[in-house]
Ligand binder design. Structure first.
Ligand SMILES: CC(C)(COP(=O)(O)OP(=O)(O)OC[C@H]1O[C@@H](n2cnc3c(N)ncnc32)[C@H](O)[C@@H]1OP(=O)(O)O)[C@@H](O)C(=O)NCCC(=O)NCCS
Length: 224
């Protein structure tokens, strides 16, 4: 018997689904901070600041402390931006999961993976707003302790099978440059990267934050 089961979303899952999504999203904050530090302008700024402080105080210790303070502020800014990103998702389709995914007669659905009665993974699929005729896979997240055991793959396959049965032919998803575990998952499912673009916001442009669009051609032959 399998150690997990996949079932459709129920309204009682609402808080835990939002929490699994938020936690999964937030764990990339460190990678984004490192990406920021890799930017030439950021390195030049930090180096310039160090020199300025050294020139003013003639102390390496004070200069390093000043630099640490600036890094701390940078970390807080990245955190803040991440929280805004999480809030965006919580205000979109996850605000009313039932209405977004579970209304009868629509080709959209949300599933959770349960282990010992607890929700440990999520996925949803609905029509893609930016591309009429395509469906979008969203909110793929698995709790850390349950990763690397094929759970996300099974969740995504459940969604892909569901839309194949509805004769949907194209599924897309959006992910970012820092979500490398997710890229492996998508490749292993048969998705191919189609586009990459810088996320259209000032902070994203400053760190050249790339978003990838992946696409999958659904095999509708044999589906019913
Ligand atoms: C991405 C994520 C959902 C993967 O969940 P998972 O349950 O560990 O994935 P699976 O065990 O089903 O792995 C599926 C495939 O991806 C590969 N994979 C997943 N994580 C991997 C890792 N850290 N290293 C190497 N390969 C990995 C697996 O080897 C497997 O490939 P295979 O079928 O060829 O063997 C999980 O890491 C997660 O929740 N991350 C945080 C939220 C997130 O970033 N979501 C993506 C939003 S776009």
């Amino acid at each position: 018997m399998s150690w997990f089961r996949i079932r459709e979303y129920r309204d009682s899952d609402y808080p835990v689904v939002r929490e699994v999504y938020s936690t999964g999203f937030r764990e990339h904050v460190g990678a984004i901070f490192i990406l920021s530090l890799q930017q030439r302008w950021a390195q030049a700024l930090l180096f310039g600041l160090f020199l300025l402080l050294f020139f003013l105080f003639e102390s390496v210790l004070v200069s390093l402390l000043g630099l640490s303070g600036v890094l701390l502020v940078g970390w807080m800014i990245v955190h803040h931006l991440f929280n805004q990103g999480v809030q965006l998702g919580l205000r979109e389709d996850l605000k009313d999961i039932h209405a977004s995914y579970m209304l009868p007669g629509r080709i959209s659905r949300f599933w959770v993976a349960e282990s010992e009665g607890h929700v440990v993974g999520t996925v949803g699929i609905l029509p893609c707003v930016g591309e009429p005729g395509a469906w979008e896979l969203k909110r793929i997240s698995v709790r850390k302790e349950f990763r690397g055991r094929g759970l996300a793959k099974r969740l995504c396959q459940t969604a892909l099978q569901f839309v194949a049965n509805q004769k949907v032919e194209r599924v897309v998803l959006f992910t970012s440059m820092v979500q490398s575990d997710a890229h492996r998952l998508y490749h292993s499912l048969g998705f191919r990267k189609e586009e990459e673009f810088v996320w259209p916001s000032l902070p994203a442009k400053l760190i050249h934050f790339l978003v990838f669009k992946y696409a999958y051609t659904v095999n509708t032959v044999g589906s019913h």
